[in-house]
Design a protein around this ligand. Sequence first.
Ligand SMILES: Cc1ncc(COP(=O)(O)O)c(C=O)c1O
Length: 466
Amino acid sequence: MTAQTQTIREPHRLYLREEQIPTRWYNLRADMPVKPEPMRLPTGAVASKADLSPVFADALIDHELDDATPYFDIPEPVLEMYRVYRPSPLCRAYNLERALNTPAKIFYKFEGNNTSGSHKLNSAVAQAYYAKAQGLTNVTTETGAGQWGTALAEACAHYGLDLDVFMVKCSYEQKPFRRNIMETFHASVTPSPSDTTEVGRRLLAQDPDSSGSLGTAISEAVERALHVPENRGRYQLGSVLNQVVLHQSIIGLESYEAMRELGEYPDIVIGCAGGGSNLGGLIAPFMRDKLTGARPDTRFIAVEPESCPSLTRGRFAYDFADTGQTCPLCKMYTLGNGFIPNPDHAGGLRYHGMSPIISQLKHDGYLEAVAVSQTDVFEAGERFATLETILPAPESSHAILQAIREAERCRETGEAKTILFGLTGTGYFDMVAYDKFNRGEMEDHRPTDEELEQGFATIPRIEGIQ
Ligand SMILES: Cc1ncc(COP(=O)(O)O)c(C=O)c1O
């Protein structure tokens, strides 16, 4: 390498300046030729603002239901919090590229550099802010891996709101320190299913040893929110919903600006997909370019666990967002609200459904999806940690694995593609999982077709719709 190419080499980490933090969220739905289907009630009627207002804060319902407005101003108090931990860096994985001997350039957007350890804080701050601005006092939620619960605990502590978290039981047991952080931020944490709600008691009666699922924890959290006195409680969800994808567009908008500064543009954008919020946020402005025809050839890849394969083996149908069947229905790729995935270690990806935005884009052929095994995921995660010094969350390692596979393909074809993936969080609370992997005790789970059929049987019939 000459001295000159060394001096113009792209930095390992590019931090935008504080004043470059986007001041508006981008609503990808505005540019989608086919909009995601609206939320519906079990009767089949489209859910209105009045239907949703007992459960969600008003401003968030406006975000949820608006398919037309392309940009929403980020309120100044939210921006003020964003400035505490953003912009997040766009990193170039030079060591990984070298180890793979690939001509590809690999970039990743690192969202783990805040106390919650993940991208979840981007929506948590917004949701807690709007709850406070409405005069609410209590917030309830579910958490799988624990990142969302931690993020919302931080945000609620900042705005002075009481928070009840229902944590999927297997994560509660695998990750005691996650609970400790939430409690440090004064949240109350209950393992789900629990005997503290009607829904939880019903599910425990059916399966006393249930390891829980996000769908079950959501049901419990919604029930709790509806019982807060004087209508002062609301439920908040860390993924799936349109509003969350909107808030997470901050990831994509910053990545877009950073890439523009470098004179780069990704050929392939990769994200792990649990409920689809980081993926939806990361791809948003790049997908806009694809949808408008400005950059039609960019590939977008969702990576999910083979143990919970909603996009690759699920049905595109209206389904309840929760196992207790208390929430409205979303049109999405789903394994059925009754599907309980194996207690794998990427807790944040163990959800039966998928964001309606991501689902529609997949259905319309704008986005690909792959399913991968957890032992391959951990191998990729450890390889990345060794080379790039960040210990990734198991969820994030799904994207790492696919980025490695794409870069290896480039090695075979000789193509110098530019790959961008989302490194959504850190794995410092996933040491039980890393330990299992290191001792060779981790197993892979791929549900059989018969097992999937049991889940599909719980997808509701709706008169006149499906
Ligand atoms: C670190 C991390 N990445 C990804 C996810 C998946 O969520 P989503 O698909 O909404 O981004 C989670 C969810 O808990 C997470 O904690």
